[in-house]
Every structure is written in C-alpha cells, then in structure tokens.
Design a binder for this molecule. Structure first.
Ligand SMILES: CC[C@H](C)C(=O)C(=O)O
Ligand SMILES: [Mg+2]
Length: 616
C-alpha cells in the first residue's frame, strides 16, 4: 500500500516547521490527514483559451474539499501561438511545453502532492501537463477550458462560420478591402475558449479525452456553456475518489501510466487520424509516450494511419467547427464509430469508467439513447461575445446523428479509408515526416516540383508575398527544427499566404519545422533528422527535383546517392560552419540556446536527450 506522498511534510515531529507553513496557507489540524491535491491552473490574460480560468481552479478546489481532500492551486505559463506567430515570439512556443512540464513536476514533487488536476487549454499547455502527469505518475485528471464558439458572419451566400485562419488568409489577399479584413477580424474569435477549429489545442484536448484522462465531453463542450461547469465539479469530486483508490486500496489502475498504456496511445492516435487532428499531436503524443516509458513511435503512427479511416473533417479541412463535432457526439461519437469496426481497444480503463466500452455504452450518442448523453451533446453556442465561462445555456433542437453525410461519418461513409494523417519516409526524411492528408487536395497527393530553398520562415514568407513562388514549386524551409530554429516554429503564415496567393492547391511546402493546426494544403513538416542535426534537408540545393507520393508514403529528392554523399562530404568540410543556415541573423537567447542543446528532432517528439551532455 503506497504511503500518501504528502505525509513526508505533514507528519512527524521534525516536520513542525513545514506544518507551520502549511498552516499559514490555511490548513488546519483536520486537513493533515487528507490527500493534498495540486491544481495546475494555466490562467492568463494573454490567451483566449485561458482568460476564463482565473477562478475555475477554486471551483474545482471547493469540490475537492467537499469530497475530503485539500486542494493547493498553482499556475503555469501559457503562450498564445496565434499571437506569438510570424515573429521571434514563435521560437518560444514549443520550448514552453517543456517548461510547463518541468514546472508541474517541480511544484508537485517539491511539495509532495498526492495527486494532480491539470487545468489546461491551449496548444502547449495540455501537452506540457500531459508530459508532467506521465513523468510523475500520480493520480491525475485533465480538464480544459473548452473550445471557443465559431465566428459567424452574414455573406451573400448566407451565414458563414469562421475562425482566426479566415482572418489571416483574408488579410493577405490583396483583392480584399481593409473593411472586409476588419469585418472578419472582429468576427473570427467571438468568445473565450480554444480556437474553434480542429487546431492543436482542441486536437490535444480531444486526445486527452480519448486517452481516458478526462471526462467525456472535455474536448468538444464549449467554454461558454453552463454544462461545462459540471465537468469541473465532477473532476473535483472524482480526483479525490481515484486518489483514495490508489493510496488506500492500492488500485494502480487509476495511475496515469496504467491509463495511458500503449493501447490507450493507439486509441488516441486512432482518434487523431480519424478526425484529421493537428500534426502537432504527433509531436506531443511521442513526447508523452516517452515520459510514460511507452515505446509508441512514428512507426506505430504510420501503421495506424494506413488503417484508420478519416471520419471527421473540421476547420481548416472543412467548414465544421468543434461546436459541430460536439453536436454530433464529440470524441465519444468518433470513438464509437471506430469501435463499431473494432479499430480501438475498448477494454482500457479510464479515470471515469472501468473501461472505454463502459463509457461508450453511455456517451456514444449514435449507438445509445442515454438521456444524460443526449443532454450533454445538445449544448450549443450562445452567439454572444464573452470572456466568461459557463455564461450561456443554448441547446440544439436535435443532435447531428447523420453518420452518412454529417459532421461525424461512420466507417462505410468515411471521407477516406486511410486516415487524416500520414507519415512519409525517404532520402529527404530518413526518420520520417508528417502531413495532414485530411487537408490535402486529392489532386496533389502525388507531387513533383523544383525545390525553392529558404533558410528561415521569414525569408520564405517574403518570397511568397513578393510573388516569387509560382505554381508547381516546392517551398523548402529548413533550419527551423527543434535545434535549428531553435524551437521548431509553426509555419502557419507561409501556408496561409500560399492560400492567399491562390497557390494552396498548386504548391507544396516542406520543413523541419512544424505547422499549426490551422495549416491545410500539401504542407509536410517534422522532417527528421532536421537540418541542424545533419538531415538531408540541409543538403538540398535550389532547383533539386522533389518527389512527394502520399499514397506510397514517400518523400525524396531525385538525386543519386553518390551526389548526396558528395554534398554531405562538402558540408562536413565546412567544419564549425557545417549544418548552419546561410546568411541568417536571428537573435537567440541563452534560454533558447539551452533548449537547443538538449532537444531532439521531431521524430522522437522533440524530447530532451541528456545523453547529448555526455557528447559535448
Ligand atoms: C490556428 C492556429 C493555432 C493558434 C495554432 O497555433 C495551432 O493550432 O497550433
Ligand atoms: Mg500552435
């Protein structure tokens, strides 16, 4: 039977000093025999997905107290990728994931917390906290702030639903007036919550639900809806229950590493592929598996991508948004369709149910008729701009259970039988690279074109906006990987600007950097090894013929091995200048240099690799 970790500082005569400090935080004699449960909040006014979280940690804390625990809340940072993007701020985005993971580890271990509630929301916060929970392996439940409502505007074609990508694309379209841009800008992000498409934040919050580490509805129930309050309250109650199951009943099934098993990672990846999730999920799933000691790799993702169908297309891959996914049954609805075809492991435990099958028997609204589930998924957008959580109670008259032509398809009516994500391999990416096939026009699944080489995102953006890229080109952006950037920037601006210039379906973009979930088109990222780590992308020259073949899962430069070998030799002869971007002046802080020194390429999740210290 494990001892409560908190007893280290709350029991024993010699801990009188620590207890005096606990008392000063408000604890009383009665509290010292209760589990101490850390609440990792991520409230900040910098991010719409977090502005509403300020008091929600205490909403959970009150429920923890009612259930017999003691809650202690702290805060992590939270970066808004959409604001950090397009300038040096994006260098900090991915490194902040690891900083968040470390800060949760530090607070939980320094104070011997017994359990953890992760109150996350946006792009790097959920994955950072997920990494921490699997590193710590103490009872943990995730609850996110919830998705933002989609923007709505009236156009000549009727009501259009939109998000920040639409604002970005229209702003770069020279044909559109400033007045039109202003209209889109003011409508694109109407409420608090994580940006309303299947971007990285919503992808990750859906994946955590599929992993079994949050309650049903966590990934799709709107931030503004009153029904979401109940998720927070139930989370507060449930964390005390599972904490006692571990420390008082020795029930290890509730631990993160028991729940996020290899089978659960397969379930999460199956969901991701089925819903065409952000490619960043690949990076974060690999990093989470690394923290959990689960040998889940790019090869597993490649294997799953070949057999899991694409059942759901959401913005930027369609005009559906998370409110529509919710109306169709949310994550449990998609998992339910996959389960009908035996494509997931339904026997895995979750924090809330004995098994995923038991959860689906209640919450898969297309195949059950549970009134609570129907009520949950009828939660609809209120259409009123707000930064306040749980501020509206609108309901859809009915659910979208049309599995033939609705937001969520069944297997027989899938958009494609081989998934919304693909891993490509070849002499250009020997350790692999990723493409969101759900966002690629069917006419360019096979693409051959000349390489247009750029040593930074900013020079590629300049070329696109100055009309120096033409149809048929393959834009190569290198030295933007985890080490090379450093920080592996998201390339949302160049991919959006290709769309603005009408090149979204006639050009390809390949990078050792990554993409935001808002990226669509033939955009291939995470090329590994990255240029800064000696990857072949660093050997490409202007005009090389690039071959992309998604059905064959292949990416290559059309050169004989002898030529690549000769180029590698010439690169090696550069000595200290080898594997460095040409003519790039980029200020990089000591903090970012420290990150670059230990990080690894995307194919391993850009995780920290201490063995590099021995090699330096
Ligand atoms: C839409 C862009 C979003 C803010 C993002 O950064 C992501 O999805 O990764
Ligand atoms: Mg992002």
């Amino acid at each position: 039977m494990p001892d409560y970790r908190s007893r280290t500082t709350t029991h024993g005569r010699m801990m009188a000093g620590a207890r005096s400090l606990w008392r000063a935080t408000g604890m009383t004699d009665a509290d010292f025999n209760k589990p101490i449960i850390a609440i990792a909040n991520s409230f900040t006014q910098f991010v719409p997905g977090h502005v509403q979280l300020k008091d929600l940690g205490q909403l959970i804390a009150a429920e923890i107290a009612r259930a017999g625990g003691v809650a202690k809340e702290f805060n992590t940072i939270a970066i808004d990728d959409g604001i950090a993007m397009g300038h040096g701020g994006m260098l900090y985005s991915l490194p902040s994931r690891d900083l968040i993971a470390d800060s949760v580890e530090f607070m939980a271990n320094a104070h011997c917390a017994d359990a953890l509630v992760c109150l996350s929301s946006c792009d790097k916060i959920t994955p950072g906290m997920l990494m921490a929970s699997l590193r710590l392996n103490i009872p943990t439940i995730f609850i996110s702030g919830g998705p933002m409502e989609a923007g709505k505007i009236q156009t000549s074609d009727g009501e259009q639903h939109l998000d920040l990508i639409d604002a970005m694309v229209i702003a770069a379209d020279p044909q559109r007036t400033d007045a039109e841009v202003a209209k889109y800008e003011r409508a694109a992000c109407p409420t608090c919550g994580s940006c309303s498409g299947m971007f990285t934040a919503n992808s990750m919050n859906c994946l955590v639900e599929a992993l079994g580490m949050s309650l049903p509805g966590n990934g799709s129930l709107l931030a503004t809806h009153t029904a979401r309050r109940q998720l927070f309250i139930e989370t507060g109650r449930l964390i005390v229950e599972i904490t006692k199951r571990w420390y008082e009943q020795n029930d290890a099934r509730v631990l993160p590493r028991s729940i996020a098993s290899f089978a659960a990672f397969e379930n999460a990846m199956a969901l991701d592929i089925a819903m065409g999730g952000s490619t960043n999920t690949v990076l974060h799933i690999l990093a989470a598996a690394h923290e959990a000691g689960v040998n889940f790799t790019m090869a597993d993702i490649d294997r799953l991508s070949r057999k899991i169908p694409n059942l759901c297309k959401v913005a930027p891959s369609s005009s559906y948004h998370l409110e529509d996914v919710h109306r169709a049954g949310g994550v449990m609805g998609i998992l339910g369709e996959l389960n009908q075809a035996g494509l997931i492991h339904a026997d895995v435990p979750t924090v809330h149910s004995e098994s995923l099958a038991a959860a689906l028997s209640i919450w898969d609204v297309a195949h059950t008729h549970n009134t609570n589930a129907t009520a949950l998924y009828r939660a609809a957008p209120g259409g009123v701009p707000t930064q306040t959580a749980f501020s509206q109670s609108a309901l859809w008259l009915d659910l979208d259970l049309d599995r033939e032509d609705g937001c969520i398809r069944d297997i027989a009516h899938a958009y494609s039988q081989d998934g919304g994500l693909a891993v490509l391999y070849g002499n250009l990416a020997e350790a692999g690279c990723i493409v969101k096939t759900a966002g690629v026009d069917q006419n360019i699944l096979r693409f051959i074109g000349p390489a247009r080489i750029f040593e930074s995102q900013e020079t590629a953006v300049e070329a696109i906006l100055m009309d120096r890229i033409q149809a048929g080109d393959v834009v190569i952006i290198r030295y933007e990987g985890p080490k090379g950037g450093p920080g592996m920037q998201e390339m949302l601006y160049p991919t959006s600007y290709l769309k603005s210039k009408g090149l979204g379906k006639s050009c390809a973009l390949i990078t050792d950097g990554r993409f935001s979930g808002g990226t669509a088109g033939l955009s291939i990222g995470h090329v590994s090894p990255e240029a800064a780590a000696g990857g072949a992308i660093g050997l490409l020259e202007e005009g090389d013929e690039i071959i992309i073949d998604i059905p064959q899962r292949r990416i290559a430069v059309n050169l004989p091995d002898t030529e690549l070998t000769a180029r590698r030799q010439r690169m090696t002869e550069k000595g200290a200048q080898a594997w460095q971007p040409l003519n790039r002046q980029r200020p990089v802080s000591a903090a970012l240099h420290a990150y670059a020194a230990l990080t690894t390429s995307a194919a391993s999740g850009a995780v920290r690799d201490l063995s590099q210290l021995q090699r330096q």
